[in-house]
Design a protein around this ligand. Sequence first.
Ligand code: NAD
Length: 696
Amino acid sequence: MSEVVHFSRQGPVGIITVDYPPVNALGPGVREGILDALDRGIADSEVRAMVLIGAGRSFIAGADIRGFGKGRRSPTRRTHDALETSPKPVVAAIHGYALGGGLENALGCHYRIAVPSARVGLPEVLIGILPGGGGTQRLPRLIGPEAALEMIVSGRHVPAPEALKLGILDELVEGAELRDAAVAFAMRVMHEPVLPRASEREIPEHDPGIFEAMRKKVARRARNQKAPWHCIRCVEIACSTPFEEGIRQERALFEELENSEEAKALRYAFFAEREAQRSPVVPRGTPARPVEAAAVVGAGTMGGGIAMTCADAGLPVKIMDKDPEALARGMERIGKTYAASVARGSLDEAVMAARLALIEPVKTYDAIADADVVIEAVFEEVGVKRDVFRALDRTMKQGALLLSNTSALDIDEIAAATERPEDVAGAHFFSPANVMKLLEVVRGERTSQEVLASVQALAKRLAKVGVVCGNCDGFVANRSRAPFNTEMIILLEEGALPEQVDGAMVEFGYPMGPFAVGDLAGLDIGYAGRKRREAADPTIRPLPIADALVEAGRLGMKTGAGWYRYEPGDRTPHPDPEVAALIRRIAGESGVEQREFDDEEIVQRLLFSSVNEACRIIEEGMAGRAVEVDTMWLYGFGFPRYRGGLMYWADTIGVRSVYGRIAAWHQRYGERWAPAPLLRRLAESGTPLKEAASDM
Ligand SMILES: NC(=O)c1ccc[n+]([C@@H]2O[C@H](COP(=O)([O-])OP(=O)(O)OC[C@H]3O[C@@H](n4cnc5c(N)ncnc54)[C@H](O)[C@@H]3O)[C@@H](O)[C@H]2O)c1
């Protein structure tokens, strides 16, 4: 018998157990093992029905992603078909996850039951492919094309109770062992004269307009991608084509996607994200300190967002502010943010109440002394932060993690205010902290490995992607982004307009253009930072257009005008002739030659400047590997995932071309475009940027 699939018998019920840790992915031998076990059950005259179940944590969590794109031959006998054509009923018994190929096999079974905590879904679209194991043909027959379309195009995980309502599941198992319940279920159905087979069901009545409506709905998000469109097409095919023919077309469309550029990029992003969270500077197995209670100091924008993040993860959190009014305002903002989610329908009222109950406003350091972790989010001034850390050092219990949410200050300087610098690290959340998934874990000179491992574990608990990085100005994410922010203003000096730059970046795949994002965030923060840096370093390139805009009182959406003009109560950016005039006036004064730009040049000017800086960052060891930079860009800046990440994308142009372009701009624009030595070496040896590492 197979090592990864076992067959046993309980009375007249044959039990097929997939046992391929950790999550029973459809790895090598699993499909064959299921087929062998099924054949054995069919051949055994004592067996009247069968159960398909997973050992350990899960049913079948999905395909083995490493197997995609490796030129596998399509098997002659496919498990979902074999399960469905079995003359004896097969019951899928689901706990943990039934995703992708896992759910497709369950759909091949005649019945499906699950524990309430189970989740099912067809998330293939998220890695640039489609459910190619009959999923797009069986699911619409089972639950109707509209619901199937929504599930397949979103790729979302559906909780078992909802799956029951939709008709994916036949029964929820409560108060019994899943396996026992499945055997009992099988005994009940083994005498049924006709087996329910999804492929034989008629497509339920539906509105034929749903496909066009879905195409319209995803048009923006699915820009430059094929998979969402192919997913829609497959469900449409299911509604107009006999099952066998539908399966053939599903397969053909799947094969078209499997090796597409987007699928490769999405697979890269999937693994990069995992890799990035395993920092080479934190040895595997480093113990993490337990965290059962958290505290936040500073109840401003970030402090409030961080407190919500803790509550969202079920972690009790105390929030402290030196200013009682700021504390009250902070709590009010938290309440309003949750209430808005309830009003939108994305949060349950009871869940909101439970989360609010986890957030306790407090006024003193003594009140937070017992917390296992404290995250400081006070004003961005090193003196203020050092005072806070001095107070934390005096009051916090031994072993507490002392973290700062500073955006750019020196973690070592902050840690030096305490007697326990080994317990101090940066925990740089991105705004809005309860939404953005990136958490930069900043390693100070003396931060212990145990503390880094603990902050990474905390990140996981908070559903964040925690990436360890070095302690330099702006850390890794913002530092690699900074030249992009400069270059986008310089493009205006040379003749481009904000709406043109934004248009190019949206076409590239960003959800919003960088100027519109600036207006949303407020332009005064960048202005203040720029003035500070210019005062400290006279060699910094001034950005007179950006300065003039802020000095004219255009601070962004909050003042009704920034790079764009806004109508009261409306967030739509309207191009503003006044801004165009301001730009041309200042460009004229500075004597910069005006010219036309095409989209490609805009995209490359902005992103190559960041690629170059990322090479410096890696060379200095502030980031260990390109996967870390790429993961930060995906989760910190909304870089389009189907382009893999900043460095991966640059490789699609080619390291030598990137270098050549940067070297040419160095000639033309001077020092700010000096190629990073690591970039030059990579180009000389033809090594892809995605393989860049600090020990090269
Ligand atoms: N806003 C962002 O986009 C963003 C993003 C990442 C990181 N950060 C960083 O987060 C930190 C906080 O930023 P913010 O935007 O939330 O600021 P904010 O001004 O909204 O809030 C700061 C809060 O800290 C309180 N505070 C000040 N001194 C204090 C003290 N000594 N003890 C207790 N409370 C004190 C203030 O009363 C205020 O409520 C900064 O270090 C900032 O650089 C901000």
